[in-house]
Design a protein around this ligand. Structure first.
Ligand SMILES: Nc1ncnc2c1ncn2[C@@H]1O[C@H](COP(=O)(O)OP(=O)(O)OP(=O)(O)O)[C@@H](O)[C@H]1O
Ligand SMILES: [Mg+2]
Length: 213
């Protein structure tokens, strides 16, 4: 057992006063493939945002590879935890596919060759190499989701969080995406995927975590 995500007595109350998470304890080990399910508004996305530090606990602790997320910046955590948003348009900002995917690695101040290697690898993984110079705005929503996914992969994080993999895609795209995620899992990535689709849960997840209220 090699715990990569450790959550201890996690609480989160939004400034509006809504208590979205009330006491979660969970440990996820390296290379697990976990599905997170639960009704709308049960706190799945709020939970996921704690793993990459976008949100900090109101109370309790979140550790990623032993690092306390409250003491780390989002940019540091992004090397370890990649989060594909529910809506890809919340994370796409550049005007070509390749600059979008290179954006994160550039911020790591890597060598040019290393950036290029990562962009190539990530675009190849999501089958978008031929769209390198296209503006993401001209792509379909499913393709934009793959661009968003490639930009996360380019950071080479060990934990991947996919929030609603089927959003904006037909079932076949969802399957293709999860086949890719499955391969990445077999290569050593730890995967958390948040979904309402029980067929995908049955087909891919090794462990299921249910959120309530
Ligand atoms: N930015 C925010 N400000 C205030 N309240 C929020 C915010 N984001 C979420 N909430 C509230 O926190 C609770 C949990 O929301 P969250 O988005 O985490 O649920 P979810 O399980 O991801 O839902 P869904 O299945 O619809 O994606 C809900 O009551 C929601 O209204
Ligand atoms: Mg959500």
């Amino acid at each position: 057992m090699n715990p990569i995500v450790e959550v201890k007595s996690l609480y989160h109350t939004y400034p509006s006063g809504i208590e979205a998470i009330s006491g979660i304890d969970i440990t996820i080990n390296a290379q697990e493939f976990v599905a997170i399910i639960g009704q709308n508004g049960s706190g799945k996305t709020t939970f996921a945002k704690h793993l990459n530090g976008l949100l900090k606990p109101t109370a309790g602790k979140v550790f990623i590879k032993g690092m306390d997320t409250a003491k780390k910046r989002v940019s540091e955590l992004a090397r370890h935890v990649g989060y594909v948003f529910q809506n890809p348009d919340h994370q796409i900002c550049c005007d070509t596919v390749e600059t979008e995917v290179a954006f994160g690695p550039r911020n790591l101040h890597l060598e040019k060759e290393d950036i290029e290697r990562r962009v190539q690898g990530a675009l190849q993984a999501v089958d978008l190499l031929e769209y390198r110079t296209v503006n993401p705005k001209q792509l379909s929503k499913g393709q934009r989701q793959r661009v968003a996914f490639a930009s996360i992969l380019a950071m080479e994080p060990s934990v991947l969080i996919i929030d609603e993999p089927t959003t904006g895609q037909d079932y076949r795209d969802g399957i293709a995406m999860l086949d890719l995620v499955k391969r990445l899992n077999q290569e050593g990535h730890t995967v958390l995927f948040i979904t309402h689709d029980m067929q995908l849960v049955a087909k891919y997840a090794k462990r299921v975590v249910v959120f309530q209220d």
